[in-house]
Design a protein around this ligand. Structure first.
Ligand SMILES: Nc1nc2c(ncn2[C@@H]2O[C@H](COP(=O)(O)OP(=O)(O)OP(=O)(O)O)[C@@H](O)[C@H]2O)c(=O)[nH]1
Length: 349
């Protein structure tokens, strides 16, 4: 049977980021739900002993049961985000009900204190921040109200507020740690693993920005495709490790030709792409010529003592379409001509 894909089904996502974010969330929830379940059990026990209220005890037991269910669903589901929302809705409702019936000085506050922690842990930073802040203000206002009505001692109110602040700060630091990890993945997902230069995804972002800017201010934007000649022969003769070292060497060489604002990326195999903003075709050609001449002066010393030098071919074009794919194809056909003419030279497309 033939498999038919629509093009939108094959969009390339940032898989590393999605995986990490989902995995992190699942792992955090696998700790959070059982811990919250234990808190609910303690609360149920204390209600039973202190107030003998069947209603409050069963409410807390229901919370513990919910945590148990969420823990097992979390092990199987692919959408952990929904679980956290179920939990937050339940805990918030429970807590607000507790505030109205008991005031903020009873054990329900323990649940209240876990909510900002949950949010910071699991949701995106900006939502969690506003949610926690609103909740905190509500909490402080309730404490103040209780204090004014003399139901709460000043030291109890201060204890509540400082406990809340501590949880808030702790949660903020934990959330920041998580966000930093995810941001690091986002950045590395736009980089080439071998050379550390941008990859195609990273370059396309630069292209969109630069093509728009140069078009708006009527400046030239040049695009160079630089391909190492005979990389396959080098791999076959000396091994992949040497091929890798050649790639790193060429990447470092190209780095030296970068001005502020230029962008360099490795597109795959032995091919690099250089974007030169505010650069006319004539100036880009001079640049390309310099790259071709200078690269020959760089040599890789192999373990056997042999010195290996490489040449590159370059396809050059002026960006004109505001569409990376079309401009790339133009530069690529120029590169193909440079290869067909005997390599180690520039062709303009
Ligand atoms: N060492 C190394 N080789 C790679 C890497 N990625 C791709 N290659 C190999 O690089 C070679 C590139 O070969 P081609 O682009 O087909 O051609 P070429 O030998 O460079 O010849 P011309 O481009 O015509 O000069 C292929 O054999 C790929 O398998 C890599 O990350 N490291």
């Amino acid at each position: 049977m033939n498999m038919v894909f629509k093009s939108h089904q094959l969009q390339s996502d940032n898989h590393a980021y999605i995986e990490l974010s989902k995995e992190t969330l699942k792992r955090q929830l696998s700790i959070l739900f059982p811990v919250a379940g234990i808190i609910y059990l303690i609360i149920a026990f204390s209600y039973f002993v202190a107030t003998s209220s069947l209603w409050l005890t069963s409410q807390a037991l229901l919370g513990a049961l919910l945590c148990q269910c969420l823990t097992s669903v979390n092990k199987r589901t692919d959408s952990p985000r929904i679980l956290i929302w179920v939990f937050i809705v339940y805990t918030t409702t429970n807590c607000i009900h507790g505030f109205y019936t008991d005031g903020p000085n009873l054990l329900n506050n323990t649940i209240a204190l876990t909510i900002p922690l949950l949010c910071f842990f699991t949701l995106r930073h900006q939502y969690a921040y506003w949610y926690s802040l609103l909740f905190g203000l509500y909490y402080v206002a309730m404490s103040a109200d209780e204090y004014i009505q003399k139901h709460l001692q000043i030291n109890e109110a201060l204890q509540n507020i400082s406990a809340y602040t501590m949880v808030l700060v702790m949660a903020y630091l934990l959330a920041q740690h998580r966000n930093e990890a995810i941001n690091r993945v986002k950045v590395t997902a736009k980089k080439d693993f071998l050379t550390g230069q941008l990859n195609r995804k990273g370059l396309e972002e630069q292209y969109i920005h630069q093509a728009y800017r140069c078009n708006r201010y009527l400046k030239d934007l040049s695009l160079l495709l630089i391909d190492i000649d005979n990389l396959k022969d080098i791999n076959d003769r000396y091994g992949l490790e040497v091929g890798d070292q050649v790639l790193i060497m060429v990447s470092q060489h190209l780095n030296q030709h970068l001005r502020v604002g230029d962008s360099l990326a490795r597109m795959g195999s032995g091919e690099f792409c250089l974007l030169l903003p505010d650069t006319s075709q004539a100036n880009a050609e001079l640049n390309a010529l310099k790259i071709i001449q200078d690269i020959k002066k760089w040599q890789l010393e192999l373990e056997c003592g042999k010195h290996l030098s490489v040449t590159v071919s370059i396809g050059l074009t002026l960006v004109e379409y505001q569409n990376f794919s079309l401009d790339y194809i133009k530069a690529d056909s120029a590169l193909l001509r440079a290869k067909n003419w005997g390599k180690d030279q520039i062709a303009i497309g």
